[in-house]
Write a protein that binds this ligand. Structure first.
Ligand SMILES: [Zn+2]
Length: 342
């Protein structure tokens, strides 16, 4: 059924034809399965809401999150989860090629006035707030949001002023913000390896050592703490804001579609280390094109049913034939999922 047309006599029996009330044509038009792949559902732009649509397409293509959301019944007394669950059910029903996320937007707007319509917004900020709102509605300390997205990093500061003491501080993160350098054109190697976030950095004379009781030179370093999150959201910090100016950094960053290995960033001397998968595969990218004031968001994501990549541009979806097209200088949010060891 290449083009959606099949011949009567060979492909369908008489009873089926009778049921379909076809009798005077030798060929009939068929909607092929390609037209109705669950998950391939565009989202209508409701007035500068491409940031929301892009974030929602990223989240929709996180298999474990969507599985959990689809398992929720209608009994949940939580407006945002209810609206999101309805949206995800529509998107994954295989019956719609486009839907309007107005009910979800309405519920989010009521909770977060800053996300009202007609204003250019940040897809990463939206995604983070949205996940936080779902977490809040679930009203327990541990939720599917903390289970899937929350990780921990430990920052260590080592005094180089003589005492060599190490001060550590642990914090919970729901995404990993990575600085993007603007003084070079391109990162040619696996980005994380060259990134300041995980590298030992000298602190020059502005660290107050509690042992030396004085300002000293020190080194700081950040490490991931186990367990690693099943879903890792990386924000490439392309937008810089300060009092004088705001800018977007267009540096090209080469990130892997599969086998992102976080093993080397995990804090050392941890017994659990050998038992966990440190490999991550990419499932979605939120891309930002244009400038800070006039930009547009498009998501590239991998459909979990057929493992093909698609571009989600509001209502328009097209297949990405060449995987090399996924990595561009527009990449802003990367969504990786941990490879299961099963
Ligand atoms: Zn010291």
């Amino acid at each position: 059924m290449e083009n959606g047309w099949i011949k009567f006599e060979t492909a369908l029996d008489d009873l089926t034809l009778a049921e379909m009330e076809f009798d005077q044509y030798s060929m009939i038009s068929f909607e092929t399965e390609d037209d109705l792949i669950p998950g391939l559902c565009g989202l209508t732009n409701l007035g500068n809401t491409c940031f929301m649509n892009s974030a929602l397409q990223c989240l929709s293509n996180i298999p474990e999150l969507t599985r959990k959301i689809l398992s929720f019944g209608n009994e949940i007394n939580a407006p945002i989860i209810g609206a999101y669950s309805t949206l995800i059910k529509t998107m994954w029903s295989g019956e719609h090629v486009v839907t309007i996320p107005s009910s979800l937007l309405l519920n989010i707007s009521e909770n977060l006035p800053r996300f009202r319509r007609y204003r250019q917004q940040d897809a990463q900020e939206f995604m983070n707030y949205f996940l936080h709102l779902i977490h809040q509605e679930l009203t327990s300390e541990r939720t599917l949001i903390t289970d899937l997205f929350y990780g921990r990093i430990q920052s260590s500061v080592k005094c180089l002023g003589g005492c060599h003491s190490i001060e550590t501080n642990e914090e919970v993160i729901s995404f990993l913000p990575l600085p993007v350098a603007n003084d070079i054109d391109e990162y040619n190697i696996l980005y994380l390896q060259s990134n300041d976030f995980f590298r030992e950095e000298p602190l020059n004379g502005d660290y107050y050592c509690s042992k030396c009781l004085d300002l000293k030179t020190a080194r700081q370093k950040a490490d991931l703490v186990l367990p690693l999150p099943p879903v890792l959201i990386i924000q490439l910090k392309r937008f810089t804001y300060d009092l004088d100016s705001s800018a977007k950094i267009d540096t090209y960053i080469d990130f892997p579609l599969r086998d992102l290995d976080l093993g080397q960033y995990i804090i050392q001397n941890n017994d659990e280390k050998t038992n966990v998968s440190t490999l991550y595969d990419l499932v979605a990218v939120s891309n930002h094109t244009g400038s800070l004031v006039a930009g547009h968001y498009i998501t590239y994501a991998r459909n979990d049913r057929n493992k093909k990549w698609y571009s989600f541009n509001d209502e328009t979806i097209r297949e990405i034939i060449d995987e090399h097209d996924i990595v561009t200088k527009n990449a802003y949010i990367l969504v990786y999922i941990q490879r299961t060891t099963l």
